[in-house]
Design a protein around this ligand. Structure first.
Ligand code: ATP
Length: 270
């Protein structure tokens, strides 16, 4: 099958209620929802609506979820692409994919374009002559910069990009009129973990005695994605043991399993 480079969920049905915690990020990103819903309110006064914002934070903290929620709240199409899709691409393909994406987005404006893992294409360009794959990455990055400069400020295309390495990005991306806003998406604290559990426990058949605060206390350092995993694993473990409801011990086993996975991921293999 032909690889799908970007998918357009015409109607994203994710909204802010699906995103737990991240209150500050939500307040900031709420502005973008308003730009999409009421562009006239800003342009009538001569305001320039920002073209892009960078969502910065560790993996699994809800950056993609938040971007989708913007599209869902504003009820506009969502186009997405991942920077890692561009790695090892044939010459010219990356740039033409970027051109294609923006052509479609402009046709469907107002809309959101989401670029996940932008660091894969947006790393600072090398000064010296690189390898050909590197050149291709730079071509892709240059095309992205061209596209962002090319559409008018109030064209109704807002580009959100996610990264966990804002420090290595090419400064050209952060210039005014490009990704000139940065929204931080941090790992959840105790209260936020409790809220994320609430979102992901909603659809489980739970032991009514289950203590949710206990779960939040048992999971320091977990991201939202880790918590979503814990909830799903716990349900699978309970089912495997032929239980009719998911209980505390299933969650503890699931937490152990996720911690094991995290430790493996962090181990440096020499
Ligand atoms: P990555 O950097 O790895 O792409 P990300 O920050 O984009 O990660 P998401 O893909 O948005 O993370 O999160 C993965 C999943 O984790 C979400 O689909 C959701 O199920 C869950 N999740 C993450 N953060 C939250 C949150 N704040 N509230 C509720 N669920 C969350």
């Amino acid at each position: 099958a032909k690889a799908q480079m970007f998918d357009k969920d015409a109607n994203v049905n994710i909204t802010f209620k699906d995103v737990a915690g991240l209150e500050e990020a939500k307040v900031e990103i709420m502005e973008i929802v308003d730009f999409l819903k009421n562009p006239g309110k800003y342009s009538d006064l001569g305001g320039k609506i920002p073209k892009g914002a960078l969502l910065v934070g560790p993996p699994g903290t809800g950056k993609t979820l938040l971007a989708k929620a913007v599209a869902g709240e504003a009820n506009v199409p969502f186009f997405s692409i991942s920077g890692s899709d561009f790695v090892e691409m044939f010459v010219g393909v990356g740039a033409s994919r970027v051109r294609d994406l923006f052509r479609q987005a402009k046709e469907k404006a107002p809309c959101i374009v989401f670029i996940d893992e932008i660091d894969a294409i947006g790393r600072a360009r090398s000064k010296n002559v690189g390898y050909s794959s590197n050149d291709e990455r730079e071509n892709t990055l240059n095309q992205l910069l061209t596209e962002m400069d090319g559409f008018g400020t109030n064209a109704g295309v807002i580009v959100l990009a996610a990264t966990n390495r804002a420090d290595i990005l090419d400064k050209a991306l952060l210039r005014a009129g490009r990704f000139d806003r940065q929204i931080n998406v941090e790992l959840p604290d105790l209260k936020e973990r409790r809220e994320i559990f609430d979102v992901h426990l909603k659809n489980l058949k739970l032991d009514p005695k289950l203590d949710r605060d206990f779960l939040a206390r048992q999971t320091p350092g977990f991201s939202g994605a880790d918590i979503a995993n814990v909830c799903n694993e716990a349900a699978l473990i309970a089912a495997r043991n032929n239980k009719k409801q998911v209980e505390k011990e299933d969650f503890l086993s699931a937490i152990d399993r996720i911690i094991g996975g995290l430790e493996r991921k962090n181990k440096i293999i020499i």
